[in-house]
Design a protein around this ligand. Structure first.
Ligand SMILES: CSC[C@H]1O[C@H](OP(=O)(O)O)[C@H](O)[C@@H]1O
Ligand code: ADE
Length: 299
């Protein structure tokens, strides 16, 4: 099925990262190819029912892991989920541990990000309409609460909170970079949560990450420096845990409950309505319709 117009298909979105290209236990599965004004998402979106709740699953790198972190169309991914009716996004990501106490195999629920990416489009508001959303608290605390409960129930060694530094990649860090990030006090490192989390906020979606620690990057004195092989080996052991967390958390989420994340654009749009270009209004209609009068007369 190909879809281009807004239809409520699922209120919960799951973005699967490295090692997570599908989810177990999905019922009534359907695949949709979503077109967006920003281009094509990483893959078809898999719609289905998990624990009684309708979910939309998207493989961030595409099935078969075809797209590198810097080439992912993050805007299309977030827009596509929004267009299906998604209100809450759970992101699953492999990360390097920047602290001794976070061991490979542990689960981290980051609550802060540092964006070191260099050449990614990180806003929907790049042309014709200017908006500045608040991002002091980039993670939805209520989704993180639910993830914490699900992670603990699944028996994960879990760390609530922490800073995820997002590097450009695709090469891993040098030791000098890795040591520098440790001095900054970061907890984990990855290559994908920026600009994903920023775009989710602009799209007024709740966003929280389940980070699976796979390695100690390259700062550790006695552990081997990170390799893809080591990451995949750790993920292989832990993907079942991630799937269990998802299965437990999804029925506990309440995507329709009021949340500040769903009002992120209120008071964020600066451009005066009579100075907004018609093309920007059309392109961003799905995001701005509650705040800006469109040709259809909606507010
Ligand atoms: C294949 S290892 C490196 C790769 O894994 C992480 O991706 P994701 O967040 O999608 O799980 C990391 O950011 C790199 O893109
Ligand atoms: N050490 C690392 N650096 C960047 N991304 C990662 N993903 C998993 N491990 C990583």
């Amino acid at each position: 099925m190909t879809t281009s117009k807004k239809t409520v298909q699922a209120a919960i979105g799951i973005i699967g990262g490295s090692g997570l290209y599908n989810i177990d236990g999905l019922e009534r599965v359907r695949e949709v190819r979503v077109r967006t004004p920003f281009g094509a998402p990483s893959d078809a979106i898999i719609l289905g029912v998990l624990g009684g709740a309708r979910v939309a699953f998207l493989s961030r790198h595409g099935r078969g892991h075809r797209i590198n972190p810097g080439s992912i169309n993050y805007r299309a991914n977030i827009y596509a989920l929004k267009s299906l009716g998604v209100k809450q996004v759970i992101s699953v990501s492999a990360v390097g541990s920047m602290k001794e106490a976070i061991r490979p195999g542990d689960v981290v629920l980051p609550d802060q990000f540092i964006d070191l990416t260099k050449r990614r489009i990180s806003t929907f508001f790049d042309e014709g309409i200017v908006a500045h959303v608040g991002f002091g608290e980039p993670v939805c605390a209520s989704v993180a609460d639910a993830l914490e409960a699900a992670g603990r129930a699944a028996g994960a060694r879990l760390h609530r909170g922490g800073t995820y530094v997002c590097m450009e990649g695709p090469q891993f860090s040098t030791k000098a970079e890795s040591r520098l990030y440790r001095q900054w006090g970061v907890d984990v490192i990855g290559m994908t949560n920026m600009p994903e989390a920023k775009l989710a906020r602009e799209a007024e979606l709740c966003y929280a990450t389940v980070a699976l620690a796979t390695d100690y990057d390259c700062w550790h004195e006695t552990e081997e420096a990170v390799t893809v092989e080591a990451i995949l080996a750790t993920l292989h052991k832990n993907v079942a845990l991630a799937k269990q967390v998802l299965k437990t958390v999804v029925p506990k989420l309440a995507p329709d409950r009021a949340c500040v994340c769903h009002q992120a654009l209120g008071n964020a749009i600066v451009t005066a309505p009579d100075h907004m270009s018609a093309s920007a209004k059309r392109r961003l209609n799905l995001l701005i319709a509650p705040y800006v009068r469109t040709r259809k007369g909606k507010r």
